[in-house]
Design a protein around this ligand. Structure first.
Ligand SMILES: Cc1cc2nc3c(=O)[nH]c(=O)nc-3n(C[C@H](O)[C@H](O)[C@H](O)COP(=O)(O)OP(=O)(O)OC[C@H]3O[C@@H](n4cnc5c(N)ncnc54)[C@H](O)[C@@H]3O)c2cc1C
Length: 408
């Protein structure tokens, strides 16, 4: 298999004619590398700010993680709040929560303003505990979230059983602001908005190198070279290929997902278990989309940016998960199975901003398994920074400077 397996989201999103970008120009104000949510939002924002923007995507637009994820919209840090406070402190945790809640609202507003049909809804997300250790983590999180003024409701074992239709869980923590969406449909709508604003979105063009060229940057691509005043790396799990100094900072990790045949209604909300390793939700048509189980593969999917393969151990474990925990789902056919490339960082926070030691180059990447909401605003902010415009919102915790050469 040389092409990645079709994801449910891309296969069933309906036909789509991406906007025609015309011929690749010789120069641009801003070149964006990557046509996922980050790059498309960066292109849209930069074009709205008046820049001549060229986006370069090696595959079809939305062919990376944005078209191949689990479809959850989760605010907050990628790690638990308690772990984030332990690693980065309370002020950083507050900043990260503020950023992600802002970005969820921005996404909601965009969907409403553009009339995007992407099944976006906010039915909540339930984090569920199989074991006492997880439950203790939820209790620590609940206390911190109360201090931060963020809504979260503890669920007892009995409440978990009633709400989830399973007695597998000993307790839970329910985030009422958690959401779900059809990610590829939202990303396509952002692409359309970016093109309307004047951004030129080129698919099938791979960037090979970015080098300094006097006051400009030279971007070498599979379709020729172009000059740019600024380059935005929105290439997520592949970013370190062009930025070798970040080899240990932006680590690609393969995640695997399946989609079942339609089942009787079980849940409106999203579900997350096993410290976030497993995550699932039911679509309006009854299908269940389940991701995770990478801990069953020998490598845990780490250090790999090849999403053309499915890991057999992960696959078997994913297929066994729903029947093992939900009696009503004992004989459910799997209709789609795919993998995608996530991008993990050492502190589980993304890099959003100017790249140290690379004048004119910017990055937004490293959402550590999350990112649907984060990428939506991070792309926007990095475009503002690249053009010297005041950023709509920033988070010091996301500064790439924390990984400059002195700390690597
Ligand atoms: C299996 C899986 C499940 C996930 N589940 C969720 C979830 O439920 N909720 C959530 O919030 N997040 C989830 N995520 C994470 C989320 O999908 C990502 O954080 C988000 O899509 C990142 O968007 P992006 O635009 O930065 O990256 P991508 O969508 O990966 O886009 C990067 C693009 O850059 C292109 N590119 C790379 N290098 C080059 C180059 N040299 N030249 C040209 N183009 C290049 C790639 O082809 C790709 O299209 C999941 C991810 C995966 C893989």
């Amino acid at each position: 298999m040389t092409e990645p397996a079709a994801s449910f989201w891309l296969d069933r999103a309906g036909s789509w004619q991406p906007p025609d970008p015309g011929v690749l120009p010789a120069r641009a104000d801003v070149v964006v590398i990557g046509g996922g949510m980050t790059g498309l939002r960066a292109a849209q924002r930069a074009a709205v700010l008046g820049a001549h923007v060229v986006l370069l995507e090696q595959r079809a637009l939305v062919g990376g993680a944005t078209g191949r994820n689990g479809g959850h919209v989760v605010a907050g840090p990628a790690d638990s709040t308690a772990e984030t406070v332990r690693l980065l402190g309370m002020a950083a945790a507050r900043e990260i929560w503020d950023f992600t809640l802002h970005t969820v609202n921005a996404m909601r507003e965009f969907v409403a303003a553009e009339g995007v049909e992407c099944d976006l809804r906010f039915a909540g997300t339930a984090h569920l505990a199989f074991v006492e250790k997880e439950l203790a983590g939820f209790e620590a999180d609940a206390a911190l979230l109360q201090t931060l003024g963020i809504a979260a409701q503890p669920w007892s074992r009995a409440e978990c059983a009633t709400r989830t239709h399973s007695d597998a869980f000993i307790g839970g923590l329910f985030y009422p602001h958690g959401g779900q969406l059809w990610p590829a449909k939202l990303a396509r709508a952002v692409a359309a908005a970016a093109a309307r604003a004047g951004a030129r979105l080129h698919s099938g063009v791979q960037v090979h190198a970015v080098t300094a060229d006097g006051a400009m940057l030279q971007v070498q691509t599979s379709a020729g070279a172009l000059q740019a005043r600024a380059v935005i790396h929105a290439s997520n799990g592949w970013a370190r290929r062009l930025l070798p100094e970040l080899h240990n900072v932006l680590v690609p990790v393969i995640g695997q997902v399946l989609a079942t045949a339609p089942a009787a209604h079980m849940w409106d909300f999203g579900l997350v278990a096993n410290d976030g390793y497993e995550y699932w939700r039911q679509l309006p048509d009854g299908r269940i989309v389940l991701g995770g189980m990478r801990w069953r593969s020998a490598t845990m999917g780490r250090d790999c940016d090849d999403d053309t393969q499915l890991d057999a151990e992960t696959s078997a474990a994913l297929r066994a998960f729903l029947p093992a925990h939900f009696a009503a789902l004992a004989a459910l056919a799997v209709e789609y199975e795919w993998s995608g490339v996530m991008c993990y960082t050492p502190d589980a926070q993304p890099l959003v901003g100017a790249l140290p030691g690379r004048p004119g180059e910017y990055i937004a990447a490293g959402y550590t398994g999350h990112g649907m909401p984060l990428a939506f605003m991070a792309g926007c902010c990095v475009a503002e920074l690249a053009l010297g415009a005041p950023p709509t919102i920033t988070a010091n915790a996301f500064s790439p400077k924390r990984f400059d050469s002195t700390t690597l």
